[in-house]
Design a protein around this ligand. Structure first.
Ligand code: G3H
Length: 539
């Protein structure tokens, strides 16, 4: 392991030409009211999880800097969004759906041009490997295409009138107002855009603040945002949440709060809003998804799924398997196979072919993980795999911890990193109680092939979590499926289809089905005197 850690971080000249960095990026631009404005105030240093060898030393790479806007400047972005919405009278919220779609298509075409730049920064800023960085970018583009198609479907269904009990009506989804969109550092592009794009396309105006890491990678998209949307429709701010976002929420001018992060931060921010009943929230929060391995099981499949479920992107996924319950009858074989698979995962830099384990972007994360391991080992667990828990700089080699029990912190805390706690069980009730008593309720995985057991566990867990995965790891995709959570894990449901609903409200125009009213409505439609009352059909 020492040899592996010694050779982990490269020297600058060992980085492939394509992925080398130029001079540090001093990013001072932010987007307000259709203008890229320059910030002359303080900047935050942006550091990479990647360290480089310099002679006998290893140094953390400085990627550049990003603006630390103050509250007043952040409020100018909010004011621009408020003005563009103009109490629902703005051009954007009143634009016909087909036209709004054109703006989003223009943006998508411009965004695709930036693939290489964004992928490179995903690797350097958050340490995501090349394959997953490319996947994040492409999946986000696909999400935008799917959103456009879903909106066309929705609009086609709204292009007709309905007649109920003598009342003629047309129902359309209308925007809610100003949306504040904030994503997480593990999916700084994808997760942010899964709220940002639906919010925009439904006619809301937006203030977007990038995640705490994965900040510079938004820079290549600022011109695309500026040129694709009318002024004030999308505004991009930077800075500390405490300073900027708190001021936005306290202003009471945010109508929709889309946030992916911790439940603590979400509730602190929601509390700042002076009229909470007027705030719609879409939240993706903490999770501690368990993987439950039953005695009758295809163990090879269970191990395969558990390894990727627990360790892809170093366990830094909200959907990661964060604790494994394994039946005593199969525990030995399970641990043995798990260790062999784990040992085959390649550590290295994000751009290296086939690399699976990479450095972690959060400062202090390695110390935090060390603390969890020390706590667990002091209370009777062992690190089973060779080199497990060893670290160098920002890199932490995964640790398989066994046997884990309820007195240990890692049994309860969301580690969000490469630690795999395994709890042995004999009585399934102990596992059921863990799920029932947990503060989290995002997803879980069941591994087994006995229909009676799986069937009854599905029924028990269906009221506990948002998704039950059978013989598969937990995950968000496919993006057309609902993604949500219970308890502290989420508020609202996202998917291509659901997000369009989250960022809009059904609005009805109704009249008695009488001659004069029929004539009136027909005239409005014939003369195209309304954008709402129309039977236009988007092809
Ligand atoms: O971090 C949470 C993400 O939504 C997980 O998505 O399951 O596709 O990695 P994923």
């Amino acid at each position: 392991m020492d040899r592996l850690l010694d050779s982990l971080f490269p020297s600058a000249e060992n980085i492939p030409e394509t992925w080398r960095l130029g001079a540090p990026l001093e990013q001072r631009d932010y987007l307000v009211n259709g203008e890229l404005r320059r910030w002359d105030g303080p900047l935050a240093t942006v550091r990479s999880p990647v360290w480089l060898k310099e002679g006998a030393d290893e140094r953390q790479v400085v990627l550049g800097s990003a603006p630390l806007l103050d509250a007043d400047t952040a409020l100018t972005a909010l004011d621009a969004a408020v003005q563009a919405y103009d109490k629902g009278r703005g051009a954007w919220p009143n634009m016909r759906v087909a036209e709004r779609i054109q703006h989003v298509e223009t943006f998508l075409a411009r965004m695709r041009e930036q693939r290489q730049a964004v992928v490179k920064l995903l690797m350097w800023e958050i340490g995501k490997n090349l394959k997953d960085s490319e996947k994040e970018f492409d999946r986000t583009c696909d999400y935008i295409v799917d959103t456009i198609n879903a909106l066309k479907d929705l609009d086609r269904r709204s292009s007709r009138f309905e007649l109920e009990q003598g009342t003629l009506g047309q129902i359309r989804r209308a925007p809610l107002g100003v949306a504040l969109c904030m994503g997480p550092y593990n999916y700084p592009l994808n997760e942010t855009f899964t709220t940002l794009i639906p919010a925009l396309i439904m006619g809301n105006t937006v203030v977007f603040k990038p995640a705490k890491f994965g900040v510079l990678l938004i820079r290549p998209l600022l011109e695309a945002f500026r040129d694709s949307f009318p002024p004030g429709v999308i505004n991009v701010i930077y800075g500390r949440g405490r300073e900027t976002v708190s001021a936005l929420m306290a202003s009471g001018k945010v109508d929709v709060f889309a946030f992916i992060g911790t439940h603590k931060a979400a509730s602190d921010l929601k509390k700042l809003h002076p009229r909470p009943h007027r705030l719609r929230a879409a939240l993706g929060l903490d999770a501690k998804n368990p993987g439950i391995v039953l005695p009758q099981v295809d163990l090879d499949n269970a191990v395969e799924e558990a390894v990727t479920g627990a360790l892809s992107f170093n366990g830094q996924r909200c959907t990661a398997l964060k604790i494994l319950f394994v039946h005593e009858d199969v525990i030995e074989a399970f641990l043995d196979k798990f260790q062999r698979k784990l040992a085959a995962l390649k550590p290295g830099m994000p751009w290296e072919p086939g690399v699976a384990l990479t450095p972690l972007p959060e400062p202090g994360k390695v110390d935090y993980l060390d603390g969890l391991v020390a706590d667990a080992t002091a209370k009777g667990a062992r690190v089973l795999n060779e080199g497990g828990g060893q670290s160098r700089g920002s890199f932490f080699y995964p640790a398989l911890l066994y046997p884990v029990s309820h007195e240990m912190r890692v049994y309860h805390e969301e580690q969000f990193g490469p630690l795999v706690p395994v709890v042995p069980y004999r009585d399934l009730q102990t596992v059921i109680d863990y799920v029932l008593d947990s503060d989290y309720g995002q997803q879980l995985s069941l591994f087994g092939n006995d229909p009676a057991t799986i069937g009854s566990l599905v029924d028990i867990f269906a009221n506990q979590v948002g998704r039950i995965n059978i013989n598969a790891q937990c995950q968000r995709g496919p993006d057309t499926y609902p993604f949500n959570g219970r308890k502290n894990s989420a508020e609202g449901t996202l998917s291509v289809h659901d997000a369009l609903r989250v960022f809009s409200i059904r609005t009805l125009v109704a009249t008695r089905f009488q001659e004069a009213n029929k004539e009136l409505i027909s005239e409005i439609i014939r003369n195209r005197q309304s954008s709402f009352l129309t039977t236009d059909y988007i092809f």
